[in-house]
Write a protein that binds this ligand. Structure first.
Ligand code: NDP
Ligand code: 2IT
Length: 447
């Protein structure tokens, strides 16, 4: 079996040798899905996975924009339309200087499996730009977003491709992007998700990824009679996902002791309560400040410059910042400190060495394509509401989100339970996500 997996990876590497993040994501899927394909006659010999690693379309474009001083800048824009076998392409836009083809292809590939797991009819895509929003004025952000959409609009549509937010793209950016799309097309449709509540957005969408990550972790703990109540939690990041993962963890009676950004992390031994979290939300979402400023207001907390939260003692770790932010050494430290559960809020935040360490220690580990799927699932619910021209209440959307996270958990148990009873959520999520897309691709023929 290993020879089969190696041969497959050689073929992918021959094409995409210079795309390390993409290869990392593909390798993880290949290791679990190729043995499944080999033992299931309907999928065997059809090169389905080989077709799935090639984007249906990859669009790259120039984004020129003018800063407040009148200087002209050029960035690169992308949209990877990975797979539309089960629905329109769906996935976020990332604005961050690290963005390149490898990162967007890994994200688009993961998105195909994640969206399939949500039970909703959505294909997978991802896009963005190497634009750095840090330090830019609102006017500069607006001009960049308008320029970006002045090209992207011709490739997307409510039945074709529906982008949303990701790192560096939140409510403000979705507003500017939507405004330009509406003007160019002269139509008001659900072409983007994460819209404002007064113009087509869904209740709970801002909260959904973070809440879903915690709902999923709570489901994992429940398999052994555990819960969040009274547990100590470390969270990384301090953006959208980290904020709402923290909020839900607090609501479930846990103590969150860390938050971070790319400069370092803060440790608050007393726990980040609702008031402190409100302070963080204002700091990050309105003043667009740095997490280190937390200690100016709460001096008993400590800022650890250039470090990640994984050196702190916790029972549950929620990595919610970015890819490969938690490595094999971090994993060993966490396990040594008594961590029993890791639920990925970010996409691929744990390196393959870290994931191997969690599996070896047989602790609960949820891969992002399962545990952070609540965000895109609620985007799917936003699309449904837009099509119906109807609005569900907060409670209705939250109930549906919880149901979807329960369903994803069940699918992972169904496909990922090992002979000794240990649940390999990576295997479960990959196979369950694969089956639905593969069945659709088989039914539609060689296209
Ligand atoms: P935000 O832009 O709101 O926040 C990103 C956070 O991560 C910031 O605190 C940022 O710090 C930190 N961060 C970004 N890059 C790095 C880096 N290279 N090293 C250390 N810290 C970094 O993004 P989101 O919260 O939306 O996204 C976070 C993660 O969750 C991403 O992996 C994203 O793909 C994933 N995700 C998001 C979903 C959503 O609905 N938004 C859905 C599913 C997954 P700084 O300010 O210093 O850059
Ligand atoms: O990674 C992700 O799932 C997202 N950034 C959310 C995508 C979406 O379409 O809501």
């Amino acid at each position: 079996m290993q020879a089969k997996i190696d041969a497959f990876m050689e073929e992918v590497k021959a094409r995409d040798a210079h795309e390390p993040e993409f290869l990392q994501a593909v390798q993880e899927v290949a290791e679990t899905v190729i043995p499944y394909i080999a033992s299931n006659e309907i999928y065997n010999g059809k090169n389905i996975l080989l077709r799935m690693v090639e984007p249906e379309r990859a669009i790259m474009f120039r984004v020129s924009w003018v800063d407040d001083k009148g200087e002209i800048h050029v960035n690169r824009g992308y949209r990877i339309q990975m797979n539309s076998a089960i629905g329109p392409y769906k996935g976020g836009l990332r604005f961050h200087p690290s963005v390149n083809l490898s990162i967007l292809k890994f994200l688009a590939f993961e998105q195909v499996f994640k969206n399939s797991l949500t039970t909703l009819p959505m294909g997978g895509g991802k896009g963005g730009s190497d634009f750095d929003p840090k330090g830019k004025s609102d006017d500069e952000i607006m001009r960049f977003c308008h320029s970006f959409m002045s090209e992207l609009f011709r490739h997307i549509g409510p039945n074709t491709d529906v982008p949303a937010g990701d790192i560096g793209v939140g409510a403000r950016e979705i507003g500017f992007l939507f405004g330009m799309y509406r003007k160019l097309r002269n139509e008001f449709t659900g072409v983007l998700t994460g819209k404002g509540l007064s113009w087509g957005g869904s209740e709970i969408r801002p909260e959904a990824t973070g809440y879903g990550t915690v709902y999923f972790a709570e489901n994992m703990l429940k398999t052994k009679g555990g819960s969040f109540k009274g547990k100590t939690i470390t969270v990384s990041g301090s953006g959208n996902v980290a904020q709402y993962a923290t909020e839900k963890a607090i609501q479930l009676g846990a103590k969150v002791v860390t938050l971070s950004d790319s400069s370092g992390y803060i440790y608050d031994a007393d726990g980040i309560d609702e008031d402190k979290l409100n302070f963080v939300m204002k700091l990050k979402n309105e003043r667009r400040g740095r997490i280190s400023e937390y200690t100016d207001t709460y001096p008993s907390a400590k800022f650890h410059k250039g470090k990640t939260p994984w050196e702190e003692k916790c029972e549950i770790a929620l990595p919610c910042a970015t890819q490969n932010e938690l490595n094999g050494e971090d994993a060993k430290t966490l396990i040594g400190n008594g961590c029993i559960c890791v639920s990925e809020g970010a996409n691929m935040p744990c390196t393959s060495e870290a994931v191997a360490a969690f599996h070896k220690a047989k602790i609960f580990f949820a891969p992002g394509k399962a545990s952070n799927a609540g965000g895109v699932a609620t985007s799917g619910l936003e699309m449904t509401q837009n099509s119906l021209r109807f609005k569900w209440t907060r409670q209705e959307v939250d109930d549906k989100l919880q149901q979807i996270m329960n369903d994803i958990h069940e699918k992972c148990v169904e496909y990922g339970t090992e002979d000794d009873g240990y649940i390999d959520y990576v295997k479960g999520a990959n196979i369950a996500g694969f089956v639905k897309v593969a069945d659709a691709m088989l039914a539609q023929g060689v296209i």
